[in-house]
Design a protein around this ligand. Structure first.
Ligand code: FCB
Length: 457
């Protein structure tokens, strides 16, 4: 048994996003987002649900923030709904939308919690999608105007700002079609991603222009490193390498090196999906930030022989161990990512782990009303252990947020995938703190992790 002590000044929190918790989709002047539209189409969401009510945080925010305080959370990560603020995406702001966020931020402070805001967490106003959405280069200005308004309204009451959550979601929505708005074109996906990165740069620039005292700005990127299933097999290695290029490196290289790599450029050339890039774009994308938000859930194991991988999957054996929910348990992923950020990008800004968590597919209260999610406790403990290890080696990680405070609407999985420290009964809106929530509260207080390291982890 190893014991890890996490520092006193290490920030513990939980993360959420507007589209997933707020509901109130058509109240007080809010415009539709692409997710409202997408969820309304048949066959897009696993359980056929929509985000229109979800946790109804729009009405329950006081109770939910009291709950966050009860858990001892030091920080609460949330996002703004662009179409609640600009129902048409641009133009005239909706006062009632701004007022909602003012009340939420006040309430966060009243509970002595530090707000951590994300400007864009996937819910593009539908009105903008109708003008081409992330494919239209004008979006950089649309995004910029929206970000500037938020900085002016809330810059003095929110210390942490993320421009964008997981730029890859835009690729999934424009190239793979399984996220809103549901386009299937590699070319569109790459163009959309370029514009997301450019908007991030625009956001950083506007943040600096507002001269916000004590505020910090960064971006949130998810790193799911691809590993070859057979490290000595050239086809597996090439596959993992290309996937790493196409995923997280396609964001980190422009952000930190101010360029797309030759490997990615070659791939885009060959596959006729090269985005339009103008002079000065990459300098803009690479503007210095104050912190890096790392979302880390797992790794991916690639095998060029699909049959072999399938067989191995059935044996649940791809180089690690597996949880009850079917996902591989690889908590070292966070340590690998932090090390890679230093080694390959010479990262010198602090890292906050802005999301980490694991889903339950069949969670419900037992006879005693308890949600005994030992699986989640084990998972979080493993990740905290590896964060502790990285801290011992002097990597600069300043905080950690569990995804999520509440069970919520999990995009194309709908309500079938529960990630909360708190169980939500979506029929009655009743909340029950899960065993993991009680355990996390204790960790925040004591800052000690006991961990039995397994060879596979
Ligand atoms: C992340 C997203 C977040 C949630 C979790 C489970 O990729 O940022 O909104 O869906 O996954």
């Amino acid at each position: 048994m190893t014991q890890i002590q996490l520092p006193k000044n290490f920030l513990f929190g939980a993360a959420t996003s507007a589209a997933q918790i707020e509901g109130g989709a058509f109240l007080d002047g809010r415009g539709a987002s692409v997710w409202d539209t997408f969820a309304g189409q048949v066959g897009t969401i696993a359980d056929g649900t929509t985000p229109s009510v979800s946790c109804d945080f729009y009405h329950n925010y006081k109770e939910d923030l009291a709950l966050a305080k009860n858990l001892g959370l030091q920080s609460f990560r949330f996002s703004f709904s662009w179409s609640r603020i600009f129902p048409e995406g641009t133009g005239k702001a909706n006062e009632k939308g701004l007022d909602f966020y003012k009340r939420v931020i006040d309430e966060i402070h009243k509970n002595n919690i530090i707000p951590n805001a994300t400007i864009y967490h996937w819910d593009l106003p539908q009105a903008l999608e109708e003008k081409g959405g992330w494919i239209n280069r004008d979006i950089v200005q649309w995004y910029g105007e929206y970000a500037s308004l938020l900085f002016r309204e809330f810059g003095n009451s929110v210390p942490f700002w993320a421009t964008v959550n997981e730029p890859i979601a835009t690729y999934v929505g424009y190239a793979q079609g399984i996220f809103a708005p549901g386009h299937v074109s590699e070319r569109m996906g790459r163009q959309a991603n370029h514009h997301v990165l450019l908007s991030h740069g625009e956001g950083v620039q506007r943040f600096r222009q507002e001269n916000i005292k004590d505020g910090k700005i960064g971006i949130v990127v998810d790193i799911w490193k691809h590993h070859p299933y057979r490290p000595d097999n050239p086809a597996d290695c090439a596959m993992a390498e290309l996937e790493n290029e196409k995923t997280y490196r396609s964001y980190l290289n422009p952000l930190f090196h101010g360029r797309y790599t030759d490997a990615l450029l070659r791939y885009m050339e060959k596959n006729e999906c090269m985005p339009e890039i103008q002079d000065g774009d990459l300098e803009k994308i690479a503007r210095p930030m104050d912190f890096f938000g790392l979302n880390c859930y797992n790794r991916v194991v690639d095998c060029a022989d699909e049959n072999l991988l399938e067989e191995e999957r059935k044996k649940k054996h791809t180089g690690g161990n597996f949880q009850d929910n079917g996902f591989e348990f690889y908590p070292k992923a966070v340590y690998d990512a932090v090390k890679m950020l230093k080694k390959n990008y010479d990262l010198s800004i602090p890292i906050y782990v802005t999301e980490n968590g694991t889903p339950g597919f069949h969670e419900k209260p037992d006879e005693k009303g308890c949600i005994c999610d030992q699986n989640r406790i084990h998972y979080i403990k493993g990740f905290l252990y590896w964060i502790g290890k990285a801290l011992e080696e002097r990597y600069d990680i300043r905080g950690y947020y569990v995804w999520s405070l509440l069970d919520n609407w999990e995009w194309n999985s709908g309500f079938s995938s529960r990630y909360g420290l708190t169980y939500v009964d979506f029929d009655t809106q009743k909340r029950i703190i899960k065993e993991s929530g009680k355990w996390y509260a204790k960790v925040i207080e004591e800052r000690v992790i006991d961990w039995e390291i397994n060879v596979h982890e």
